[in-house]
Write a protein of this length. Structure first.
Length: 374
C-alpha cells in the first residue's frame, strides 16, 4: 500500500448554499464549538435574517474562520446527521469533492487533533480579529492512506462514539428519574424558602492555603481551575470553601443566562474570590439534595430573573434565601440525592469517554498512515 499526498484544496470545495427561499426555519439553526461539535445556537435569531444563513447538508463541514478568543482552537463541525442545518453566514462551509479519495469521517478525525488547531492558529492572519481563511484551509498538506485503510480506522472511531452515545442515553434516563422525583414532590409538598436552612460563611484564608487551592466557579455548576492571572495576588482575603459548602458568584450579567455556582463534594478545602458568596446547609437540608435543584435550568432562569442592578445585575444572598423548594423528610432527601450522586458520577465518566475519543484521534491518523507505509 502507498500514501497519496495532496493539498486539502484538491479534495474539498466551498459550499455557498444559502437559505434564500427560507426553506428552513429557526428550529434547524445551529452553531459550531471549538470541541468540533454542532451545538444549539445561543444567539437570538431574527426571522428576517435567516435567508442569509448557510445551508449545510449531511456529510458537509462548517467552520468559524475567526480564531481570536476561541481558546487557541478552531470552531468546526461535521454534519453527521440526516438533516440539513443552518449556520450563520459568518461561517464557511465545505464538502468533499470525491468520497472515493477521502472519507468525510476520516477528514473529521483529522480535524479533531490538536495539531490541526495549532496549524490553524499559526496560519491565521489579521489585526483585531485573526482569520483562518478558506484559502489557508485549502493550503494544508495532507497524506492519505488508501480508502480501505481509512474505513478501517473510521470504524474503530465510530465504534467508540457509538459506545459513548449509548452510555449517554442511559445518563439522560437517569436524569429523567431525578426530575420525575422532583416534580412528584412539588405536587405533594408545599415549597418553602430555603433561607432558614442556610448559613452564610465569611471565613477568610486564615490557614494559609496556597495557589493550588484557588478555584473558579463555572456556570456548569462545578469548581474549576482558576483562569485568573494570580501573579502577585495575595490570598489572605480569599474565602474558604470547606467540604460540603456551596459557593456562587452573585453577578449574573454576561454569563449566558446561568449562575456560577458549585458544591464542594471533595475532602479538600478550596479558596474562592472574596466577591463570592459561601454558605452551608443545616442538618435538615442535605447539600446534595439542594444541589439537585440548583442544577436545573429552572433555577438558572429564576436567578437571572431575580437579579437586580444597572451596569451589573446581581443575585445576592438575600435573593438566594428567598428561593423556594419542597423539603421532605431527610430520608427522602437522601434517597433522591443518592440517585443524583450516581447521575453525577456517570456524567463524569461520560466526559472522560468523550476526552478519550478526542485523545485517540491523532493515534488513529498516525496508525492509518503507518499501516499504509508498511
Amino acid at each position: 500500500m502507498a500514501l497519496s499526498n495532496y493539498k486539502l484544496g484538491e479534495l474539498i470545495s466551498e459550499v455557498n448554499r444559502y437559505n434564500t427561499d427560507k426553506l428552513y426555519g429557526i428550529d434547524v439553526v445551529r452553531g459550531v464549538s471549538n470541541h468540533k461539535t454542532i451545538m444549539k445556537t445561543k444567539a437570538s435569531i431574527d426571522a428576517d435574517v435567516i435567508a442569509k444563513f448557510l445551508i449545510i447538508q449531511p456529510d458537509e463541514f462548517v467552520y468559524n474562520p475567526r480564531t481570536t478568543r476561541m481558546g487557541e482552537k478552531v470552531g468546526l463541525a461535521y454534519n453527521d446527521t440526516n438533516c440539513s442545518l443552518l449556520f450563520s453566514f459568518n461561517n464557511i462551509g465545505f464538502k468533499i469533492k470525491d468520497k472515493s479519495q477521502i472519507l468525510p469521517q476520516y477528514l473529521y478525525i483529522y480535524f479533531c487533533r490538536n495539531e490541526f488547531d495549532r496549524y490553524a492558529r499559526i496560519n491565521s492572519w489579521g489585526s483585531a480579529t485573526e482569520l483562518f481563511t478558506f484559502k489557508e484551509m485549502c493550503d494544508i498538506d495532507i497524506e492519505l492512506p488508501p480508502i480501505e485503510v481509512q474505513q478501517k480506522y473510521v470504524d474503530i472511531y465510530q465504534g467508540m462514539v457509538n459506545n459513548q452515545k449509548a452510555y449517554e442515553r442511559g445518563l439522560e434516563d437517569l436524569k429523567l428519574v431525578c426530575d420525575g422525583y422532583i416534580e412528584d414532590l412539588r405536587r405533594k409538598l408545599p415549597s418553602e424558602p430555603i433561607g432558614k436552612y442556610l448559613s452564610l460563611s465569611d471565613r477568610r484564608n486564615d490557614i494559609g492555603l496556597g495557589l493550588e487551592a484557588v478555584r473558579g466557579i463555572s456556570t456548569s455548576k462545578e469548581f474549576i481551575e482558576t483562569k485568573a492571572d494570580m501573579e502577585g495576588v495575595g490570598l489572605a482575603n480569599y474565602k474558604l470553601v470547606q467540604p460540603n459548602y456551596f459557593a456562587y458568584v452573585g453577578d449574573t450579567s454576561r454569563r449566558g443566562d446561568k449562575i456560577s455556582l458549585a458544591l464542594n463534594t471533595t475532602n479538600e478545602t478550596f479558596l474562592v474570590s472574596s466577591i463570592s458568596y459561601v454558605f452551608t446547609t443545616s442538618i435538615d437540608l442535605l447539600a446534595e439534595y439542594l444541589m439537585l435543584f440548583f442544577s436545573r435550568d429552572e433555577f438558572n432562569r429564576y436567578a437571572r430573573f431575580n437579579s437586580w442592578g444597572s451596569a451589573r445585575e446581581s443575585f445576592n444572598f438575600d435573593d438566594m434565601c428567598n428561593v423556594k423548594i419542597p423539603i421532605p423528610a431527610i430520608e427522602v432527601q437522601k434517597s433522591i440525592a443518592d440517585i443524583f450522586k450516581v447521575y453525577n458520577t456517570r456524567k463524569r465518566i461520560n466526559e472522560q469517554l468523550k476526552a478519550q475519543i478526542k485523545d485517540i484521534c491523532p493515534i488513529l491518523i498516525k496508525g492509518s498512515i503507518d499501516e499504509a507505509r508498511r
